[in-house]
Design a binder for this molecule. Structure first.
Ligand code: NAD
Ligand code: UDP
Length: 333
């Protein structure tokens, strides 16, 4: 029997991206099952959704099979920050690989469409710039980032093999660095680290000389891209790059965070971690063409909202007044 509203499974739904995705799908009238083992996710991220009549939470680890009745699956379960995914690298590989197999088996049994949250890390430390989907990457298979990079690469392989072998309807999104409210304050990623340090009046920890680049996508833009990819016509499998092509050095990011927070604590240099990619910037031609998608929130604006979130979380007021006449905290409300 066909359900009146679509029932959607979001694995990793209590995480940073997952919680925003659950919120968006519920707002559109879908029924959402959030599945999470709460390794890096938190109940706080989804607390406001708990009273919703069409929202359900399941504590489960994707490395174990599960039987559910759903129409669509977004597979986001996997720690995303280097600190977290390197904490237990074997479990990270298991999450990507066993998780993909378990969820693809479920999608196959149900005839459900399934989207994989893959990553720009499949390109490793790229030798081609910006990175199009056709670029096969430059990953060190035995380095400390490999548990994540190779796990995600293998998950992509599994998605395409289930598609070719069993006709499973798949979508693969290669997500580039995304930031925004509900990032974990201690997960070690650059935006949350810099903002939290600046708000606490601590020096900003710049790894290496800060000339390495990243391209930062605001969470709302990214969620829009994921939803469009899931809903794109049959035959659109991806992989599709989703990210903001505006590229910044990490030193420039540190300056902007210091400017917006009014931090005068300066910068503290630390060694560059092993295999840290020197540059990263998405070619989003495919996303524009197939999904009519492009990001709209510039870094300056997204950072203002993110700083407001962390200021609230930490109970501090950023010192500086930003454009718009109020404190950055007030500006985001
Ligand atoms: P996150 O760490 O906030 O969220 C991951 C969620 O998955 C958490 O809620 C965590 O508890 C859950 N999880 C981890 N292992 C699990 C397991 N074995 N079983 C069930 N749940 C598990 O990270 P995020 O930034 O929200 O990332 C979400 C997804 O997007 C990840 O798959 C990540 O690889 C991908 N991605 C994110 C970015 C980014 O910049 N945020 C970039 C590229 C790819
Ligand atoms: N980085 C930094 N200081 C920090 C955290 C990260 O300079 O406190 C750098 C890191 O070396 C990398 C970039 O910022 O070059 C992005 O790091 P992140 O961990 O956010 O993501 P990823 O390396 O996976 O893109």
């Amino acid at each position: 029997m066909k359900r009146a509203r679509k029932r959607v499974l979001v694995t990793g739904g209590a995480g940073f991206l997952g919680s925003h995705l659950c919120e968006r799908l519920l707002a559109e009238g879908e029924e959402v099952i959030c599945l999470d083992n709460f390794f890096t996710g938190s109940r706080d991220n989804i607390r406001h959704l708990l009273p919703h009549p069409h929202f359900e939470v399941i504590r489960h680890d994707v490395t174990q099979p599960i039987q559910l009745e759903v129409d669509e699956i977004y597979n986001l379960a996997c720690p995303a920050s280097p600190v977290h995914y390197q904490h237990n690298p074997v479990q990270t590989v298991r999450t990507s690989v066993h998780g993909a197999i378990n969820l693809l088996d479920l999608a196959k049994r149900l005839g459900a469409r399934i989207l994989q949250a893959s990553t720009s890390e499949v390109y490793g430390d790229p030798t081609l710039h910006p990175q199009p989907e056709s670029y096969r990457g430059s990953v060190n298979p035995i380095g400390i980032r490999a548990c994540y990079d190779e796990g995600k690469r293998c998950a992509e392989t599994l998605f395409f093999d289930y598609h070719r072998q069993d006709g499973v309807s798949i979508r693969v999104a290669r997500i580039f660095n995304t930031y925004g409210p509900r990032m974990h304050p201690n997960d070690g990623r650059v935006v949350s680290n810099f903002v939290v340090q600046a708000l606490r009046g601590q020096p900003i920890t710049l790894y290496g000389d800060g000339r390495q680049t990243r391209s930062f996508c605001y969470v709302d833009d990214l969620v829009e891209g994921l939803v469009r990819l899931m809903r794109a016509p049959e035959g659109v499998t991806g992989p599709v790059n989703l990210g903001n092509p505006a590229e910044f050095t990490i030193a420039a990011l540190a300056e902007e965070v210091a400017r917006q927070t009014g931090s005068r604590a300066g910068v503290q240099h630390r060694p560059l971690p092993q295999d840290d990619p020197m540059q990263r910037c998405p070619d989003i031609g495919q996303a524009r063409l197939l999904l009519g998608w492009q990001p709209h929130v510039p870094l300056e604006q997204g950072l203002r909202r993110t700083i407001a979130y962390f200021a609230d979380l930490l109970g501090v007021e950023p010192l500086r007044l930003v454009e718009g006449g109020g404190s950055s905290r007030a500006a985001a409300r």
